[in-house]
Design a protein. Structure first.
Lengths: 106, 342
């Protein structure tokens, strides 16, 4: 189990728990976290689960794959710490991860 | 007006469920034509995730989405369906009992006894980029497709995106435009390397400008664009003067014209019964992800089941005087003959 904190664009914070192996997107959807749409259901085929990874966690979540970078082209206000949350799989060391959702999804 | 194409069944959507419907209808001697807005067969499987493995198709422990489409094409080969790709069905009118006149945006007209809507998540349409206020400019200055190149002659153009559409139109419109700027988020492009090289050459020759960044706002008045605000990757914003913007941000699915055909809808889906999968209009069926009923699961396998039951009822419309006997492909010589295996 890992705790993930989602902060929305207004600064409101929500924490949810998920199993190792689940994605940050799946945990958000299962817990009705607003700000993540996941239109394609996790196929890395849209950019509607876009999040900003808290700087302190960037090394642990790693960098987007080339395919994910391609999809990020469709995101809104993409930044160096942008990721698609369907591509971040929970590992024990991501317990406590903090992500922020953008003002709008693509 | 062209001569209508006559067919037993017109299927809207060439995704996996539409393809399997060809099989089930074919076994019952019904001829099919399929119309799809995409330029390829396979729907979401081919457009969104061709390489992704699917694990829940019965008897296929693991199959790529494109592999599934290819296998379905092999399976329906004996029935020789006709595909009309790159076309969107715009109108379906009831002209008989039942007989429908179906019109596409390419001006093609069909006459079919039965219509099957297998349109999945709806029709793929260009995606509106998440730029605040973009809607106001869509009538005059923002274009998601190029219909006539001439309309951009002598204009200051802004092309946004890094895929094949963005690059192709950059190359095609550069000679016509008075000035062209290509805006993309990063230095890597998804487009074919050859197009990227050609584009870079135009940049070197100072025939076009390339700006790395994201469009964060638009300026103009009365629906006419005058400039776009581009936030560079260093965080600094620059204004780029332009008369027209062409954003290429991929495709999204929208219900589209289905809403205008007089069929009852519920939350952007088509309610059907679970015996025949028929809509509120007799003779029009809906199968696959686009339909809804109590207990509906949006799985490809559910769509296959729906196609089989739909075909039974469709048969009664197409052959009102013929009695339908239930047969198995394993034992029926007449079915095997249709499949070309006997």
């Amino acid at each position: 189990m890992a705790k993930i904190t989602y902060i929305d664009s207004t600064g409101a914070s929500r924490t949810a728990e998920g199993d190792t192996g689940a994605t940050v997107m799946e945990i958000a959807i299962r817990n009705n976290i607003p700000g993540i749409e996941a239109e394609c259901g996790g196929a890395c085929a849209c950019a509607t689960c876009h999040v900003y990874v808290d700087e302190a966690w960037r090394a642990k979540t790693g960098e987007p794959s080339p395919m994910e970078e391609d999809m990020l082209d469709f995101g809104h206000d993409v930044r160096p710490n942008s990721r698609l949350s369907c591509q971040i799989k929970i590992t024990p060391e991501l317990d406590g991860l903090v992500v922020t959702t953008p003002e709008r999804q693509a | 007006m062209s001569e209508p194409i006559k067919t037993d069944v017109l299927i809207i959507g060439a995704g996996p469920v539409g393809l399997f419907a060809v099989f089930e209808l074919g076994l019952l001697d019904m001829k099919t034509h399929l119309v799809d807005i995409l330029d390829k067969i396979g729907g979401q499987c081919a457009e969104l995730y061709p390489e992704k493995p699917i694990y829940d198709i019965p008897a296929l422990p693991k199959v790529s989405a494109q592999g599934l489409v290819d296998a379905l094409m092999e399976q329906i080969k004996p029935f020789g369906p006709t595909f009309h790709l790159n076309e969107m069905v715009t109108a379906v009118e009831r002209i008989g009992d039942p007989l429908f006149r179906i019109t596409t945006d390419a001006g093609k007209i069909f006459e079919a006894k039965v219509v099957v809507i297998g349109a999945g998540g709806g029709s793929f349409q260009p995606k509106r980029p998440p730029i605040p206020g973009i809607e106001a400019y869509e009538a005059q200055s923002v274009h998601y497709a190029v219909r006539k190149m001439d309309q951009f002659k002598g204009k200051k153009l802004l092309v946004v995106g890094g895929g094949d559409s963005a690059l192709d139109w950059t190359l095609n419109l550069a000679p016509l435009a008075s000035h062209l700027t290509l805006v993309h988020r990063r230095a890597e492009f998804r487009a074919a390397p050859d197009s990227v090289n050609k584009m870079m050459k135009l940049v070197e020759e100072k025939k076009i400008a390339l700006v790395l960044g994201q469009v964060s706002g638009l300026e103009g008045a009365g629906g006419k664009l005058s400039a776009a605000v581009v936030k560079g990757n260093d965080g600094a914003a620059v204004n780029i003067a332009c008369d027209a913007m062409l954003p290429f941000f991929g495709l999204t699915m929208k219900l589209g014209p289905v809403a205008n055909w007089g069929i009852k809808l519920q939350d952007e889906l088509i309610p059907v019964d679970t015996e025949k999968f028929e809509t509120s209009v007799p003779g029009i069926f809906a199968i696959g992800d686009i339909n809804t009923y109590p207990g509906k699961l949006k799985l490809i396998l559910s769509g296959f089941h729906e196609a089989a039951l739909m075909a039974q009822k469709a048969h009664r419309y197409v052959y009102p005087d013929k009695k339908l006997t239930f047969q198995y492909t394993t034992s029926s010589t007449s079915l095997q003959k249709k499949l070309g295996v006997n």
